[in-house]
Write a protein that binds this ligand. Structure first.
Ligand SMILES: [Zn+2]
Length: 496
């Protein structure tokens, strides 16, 4: 893995590979604590935030506790599936890789070596040989308009947009600008079982313009978990068109403060460094020295950031929500060039700097923005594998090689995976229920044709195929010809 990466980027240090740890087998908690942990995990999902925090602490204790191995006693919680003989990239620091995984109903029960996991499978379990293929947590696109702007994306129906997302490996989407009508649509889809992946909606506060006064849309709602598939997660504030700021510091600060005090998570746009200044001031005004880890306000795009702003973001823990297909998304080639010219040297798209500074970073597509960029080879624009390739190689959308400043800020495949899985789950307070593959978590996962961490970081990455997408233990995408990898073929809509 390290060798491949160093060959591709001879001028770079191995970076985060230094903390890669050898695989160690996991000792299972005994049956009672497993039962308790499963219960706590379920409660955490549906509990109000304060209660959820306490439950989350319990759940963490569950994950950490290691009691001596006991005789296997499978829980009777639905159909069992074992995937074995694979490379399981868990995104868990304690156990980054495993060979096998046991799923019971909608949850992951055991992750470990083939022998450990198979020993815990009940007599009726489906046993599936991965034959060396790779499993990763289901991808979460933390900034998209894939369903809400369904026409713009070229899909005829919501179902088609959802199907396309599942085929690409997405098991979760953050819809970054929804209104009352679209929220009703999502709730109706969810009630019919048509929402086959998990959607977090962010209520648009000012539509795409400040030309009209900010409405009071948000006062009629509050952050709500409607079901395991749908939540109203937060609010979205638009700030810019081109490079023009829509508003002044005082207006923005008061708006952000009001939303914050009403209990909303806020996702707010910033592209240029001037906007970052205004946005950071407003967020600091609302937070009043509190750590953002409790509120998880996020800056969307986060493109041009000065050293001083970077330090502020790290200190407060502001989430940087970046488009891994940059340049593309809302920022095409021409605007990116303008930005590079107008901003201080080294301040544009500083992804590696953000990660190294300790800023919580999430990666996304902003689809269907950027759909017009020409990407002729490999998976479609906005697919997680495409984003991974772009993040690692920094190749332009049309295949042109990266400029030196872009390559300086390239991230590793492992980092890119984290931004679309466990970090993405953090952005909606769900890092204890999904985003990684660990006992007690939801069985949201993807089977890939190859391991993105070990193949050369070039065009070969674009050949990695999504063979299976599973959401909550249901197979929602099974690539034709790979039915052998798909237990049952229950889809959520069939099950209900
Ligand atoms: Zn957007």
């Amino acid at each position: 893995m390290v060798i491949c990466f160093l060959q591709a980027f001879p001028s770079q240090s191995p970076g985060n590979f230094s903390d890669a740890r050898p695989f160690r087998g996991r000792v299972l908690p005994e049956r009672l604590s497993r039962l308790l942990c499963t219960r706590v995990a379920r409660m955490t999902r549906s509990a109000p935030r304060i209660m959820a925090t306490a439950l989350t602490a319990l759940l963490t204790a569950c994950a950490v506790s290691q009691s001596p191995a006991v005789a296997p006693t499978p829980l009777a919680v639905g159909p069992e599936v074992v995937f074995h003989n694979g490379t399981i990239l868990t995104m868990e620091d304690r156990q980054p890789q495993a060979q096998a995984i046991l799923i019971q109903g909608d949850r992951i029960a055991v992750v470990g070596s083939d022998a450990e996991v198979l020993a815990h499978a009940g007599p009726g379990a489906a046993i599936i040989d991965l034959q060396g293929r790779t499993m990763v947590p289901g991808f979460i696109d933390t900034h998209t308009h894939r369903i809400s702007w369904v026409d713009f994306g070229g899909y005829e129906t919501y179902h088609a947009a959802i199907q396309a997302a599942l085929e690409q490996g997405w098991t979760g989407l953050h819809e970054l600008d929804i209104n009352e009508g679209f929220l009703d649509t999502l709730r109706a889809l969810d009630a019919q079982g048509g929402l086959r992946l998990r959607v977090a909606g962010y209520l648009g506060i000012n539509s795409t313009s400040w030309d009209q006064p900010v409405g009071d849309r948000h006062t009629a709602y509050q952050p709500t978990i409607y079901s395991p598939y749908l939540r109203l997660a937060g609010t979205k504030i638009f700030m810019i068109q081109g490079t023009r700021l829509y508003t002044d510091q005082e207006t923005l600060s008061q708006l952000v403060r009001r939303l914050h005090d009403d209990g909303w998570q806020i996702a707010i746009e910033a592209v240029d460094s001037q906007t970052h200044q205004v946005v950071l001031n407003a967020l600091e005004y609302a937070l009043q020295d509190a750590s953002n880890s409790t509120y998880r306000h996020r800056i969307e795009h986060a493109v041009a950031i000065t050293d001083q702003q970077l330090a502020r973001m790290a200190e407060i823990g502001i989430i940087a929500s970046i488009q891994l297909n940059l340049p593309a998304s809302a920022l095409g080639d021409r605007r990116l060039h303008q930005l590079v010219e107008q901003e201080p040297q080294g301040s544009v798209a500083r992804w590696r700097d953000l990660i190294q500074a300790g800023v919580p970073v999430i990666g996304n597509s902003d689809l269907p923005n950027g759909l017009d960029m020409e990407e002729i080879y490999g998976p479609p624009p906005g697919a997680p594998i495409r984003l991974l390739y772009r993040a690692v190689t920094r190749t332009w959308a049309d295949g042109l090689p990266p400029e030196p400043w872009m390559l300086d800020q390239a991230i590793t495949a492992e980092q890119a995976l984290r931004l679309m899985t466990i970090n993405a789950a953090y952005a909606t307070f769900e890092e204890n229920t999904r985003g990684s593959l660990a006992p007690g978590k939801l069985a949201d996962l993807v089977i890939l044709s190859a391991d993105p961490l070990t193949i050369p970081a070039g065009r070969d990455l674009l050949n990695v195929q999504v063979l299976v997408t599973m959401v909550g233990g249901n197979v929602e995408w099974c690539m034709p010809g790979h039915e052998r990898l798909c237990p049952g073929t229950t889809r959520r809509s069939d099950a209900e």
